[in-house]
Ligand binder design. Structure first.
Ligand code: FAD
Length: 503
């Protein structure tokens, strides 16, 4: 098997998950990454005495039935993560703050306290049940979406009554469920739902189906984790593992073109030419389309997304002096008027852990990441200075910091994202949920009907790191079955510890 070579384009978490699973099976892995760091939207970089997160800041996926836990267990990769007591605080436009407790009962009581008793218990009980179903099913149905006969056989073999029972949720919008539970006139709650959906499903109540919407809304009802030193310390163990198996992760070497060469692929990079038996693209479908000069462009073309369907992000990194206790590491502030330059209705704030001494050079300092959506990135030019000033004013008003305590600040717009990740128009966060795209109409991991596969957040949208990790698992499963590479791995159970876990 060692001579069976797989080239993987990009080193995002989707790519690295697939690479690690394939390296374990003895395939010869070569990952090409255009950036100087691995991880793409999930990584961290050092600047002016602080370690900033590039994109992702929240981490789920380490609970039972979740994708990241599955890959760690399959490969034996170890990471060190702190479990957060309180996953998030949400600051509502009426000035009230709501705690997003992990425990569902505690959360329902909190939701009833803030939004009123009507409909809350029924809404969240339903949502939590669906979210548990989605997570449990995702690792049982590793051929999702089924697009071949063998996928169908595998899907049918693993089908359970609950999957059939919950199928209608894919046809209903979150909006429909709000109406069902009499919550459609509760304006404060509707705004809450929409802004929470934006960070996990990238769209609002009319467009997100209940199956994914419920899962997105219950994001905080699962274990949320923090990694000391930033999420690069999630990525690096994957890179080390791939290298320990004889694979390579080549940085600063972007792929410019892929050609079909008989049964193999020719991969042209900024530094040379390579051939391989299997190809995995960890780039969004729009980027993959641009570099894959195959006979299959017609098939890919119909799957491309337009800028107006997508989002980029305005992200700000601040290193500042602080001895403050913030109550939680992650905060979402719901604004009373749209943010200058981006037009967004909320901002998301993540702080470095107060006990993590590795993110700042000096004592008594913290790092803050602030992000918000920028719709239609191709057509939006954002003035950094104006957006930064507007955000700092909000942070001061809400008591997060004082301007004079800022040691260093910088920000990124679609242009920066396009440079950092190479992603078309700098669109990030995956493609948003749309009601007309049913879960089984999601992009297939099979790219060209041959030995090329797709992973990443356009293959498995919406759920960030756990979603792209799942896309890696699915691609490996399909690849293995398509070409009889090896029997697919079994789901095992990981031990879990309450506070600080080493997996
Ligand atoms: C601001 C922001 C906040 C987010 N917050 C969260 C969060 O809190 N929690 C969460 O779970 N998720 C979050 N996400 C989403 C999550 O980070 C992404 O969905 C996920 O990391 C994407 O992984 P991916 O595998 O699709 O690849 P990407 O991260 O897009 O990586 C693709 C890689 O390919 C490389 N590349 C591109 N072109 C080429 C080429 N031609 N040749 C070689 N290499 C190439 C890029 O440099 C990049 O490293 C956030 C995203 C953003 C932008």
């Amino acid at each position: 098997m060692k001579n069976t070579k797989v080239i993987i384009i990009g080193s995002g978490m989707g790519s690295l998950s697939a690479a690690a699973l394939l390296a374990k099976k003895g395939l010869d892995i070569q990952v090409f990454e255009q950036n100087y760091l691995p991880g793409g939207c999930t990584t961290s970089y050092w600047r002016k005495g602080f370690v900033f997160e590039a994109g992702a800041t929240t981490l789920v996926g380490l609970d039972e039935h979740m994708s990241l836990k599955y890959v760690l267990e399959e490969t034996g990769i170890e990471i060190s993560a702190r479990k957060l007591d309180l996953p998030m605080l949400v600051h509502l436009p009426n000035g009230e703050t709501i705690s997003r407790f992990q425990d569902i009962e505690q959360w329902i009581n909190e939701a009833e306290r803030v939004f009123g008793k009507k409909g809350q218990r029924a809404f969240w009980t339903d949502a939590y049940q669906i979210s548990q179903f989605v997570w449990k099913t995702s690792l049982k149905q590793k051929s999702f979406p089924p697009t071949s006969f063998s996928d169908l056989i595998s899907a049918v073999k693993n089908v359970e009554l609950s999957q059939i029972k919950n199928l209608p949720s894919a046809f209903l919008s979150v909006d429909h469920l709000l109406r069902k539970y009499g919550l459609h006139e509760n304006e404060l709650f509707i705004k809450f739902v929409n802004e929470q959906l934006m960070i996990t499903a990238q769209n609002t109540k009319e467009e997100v189906n209940w199956l994914f919407g419920a899962t997105a809304l219950c994001y905080t009802n699962y274990g949320n984790y923090y990694i000391d030193g930033g999420l690069l310390n999630l990525v690096n163990p994957f890179v080390k593992y791939i290298e320990s198996k004889g694979g390579e992760v080549l940085l600063r070497e972007g792929v410019t073109r892929v050609e079909k060469l008989g049964q193999r692929y020719k991969v042209i990079t900024t530094k040379g030419e390579y051939t391989c038996d299997y190809l995995i693209s960890g780039l969004p479908i729009n980027n993959t389309f641009e570099i894959y000069q195959g006979a299959y462009q017609t098939k890919l073309k119909s799957k491309l997304m337009e800028s107006k369907q997508l989002n980029s992000a305005f992200q700000m990194g601040i290193g500042f002096k602080s001895n403050q206790h913030f109550g939680a590491l992650h905060h979402q502030i719901h604004l009373t008027s749209p943010l200058a330059e981006t037009g967004s209705d909320s901002i998301f704030i993540s702080l470095s852990h107060e006990d993590d001494g590795t993110r700042c050079d000096a004592k008594g300092q913290r790092v803050m990441s602030i992000s918000t959506h920028i719709p239609d990135p191709e057509n939006r030019i954002v003035n950094n200075e104006i957006a930064e000033a507007a955000i700092i004013q909000i942070l001061e008003e809400r008591g997060f910091l004082r301007k004079e305590d800022i040691v260093y600040q910088h920000s990124s717009t679609p242009k920066s994202w396009s440079k950092w990740t190479g992603r078309k128009w700098g669109f990030v966060g995956g493609y948003p949920q749309y009601l007309k795209i049913k879960p089984w109409q999601m992009l297939d991991a099979r790219l060209d009907g041959h030995k090329a596969y797709l992973v990443g957040d356009t293959a498995y949208p919406g759920q960030g790191i756990p979603g792209v990790t799942l896309s890696g698992i699915i691609a490996v499963e399909k690849m293995s079955r398509d070409w009889g590479l090896y029997p697919s791995p079994k789901v095992k159970t990981l031990r879990s510890k309450q506070d600080r876990i080493k997996l």
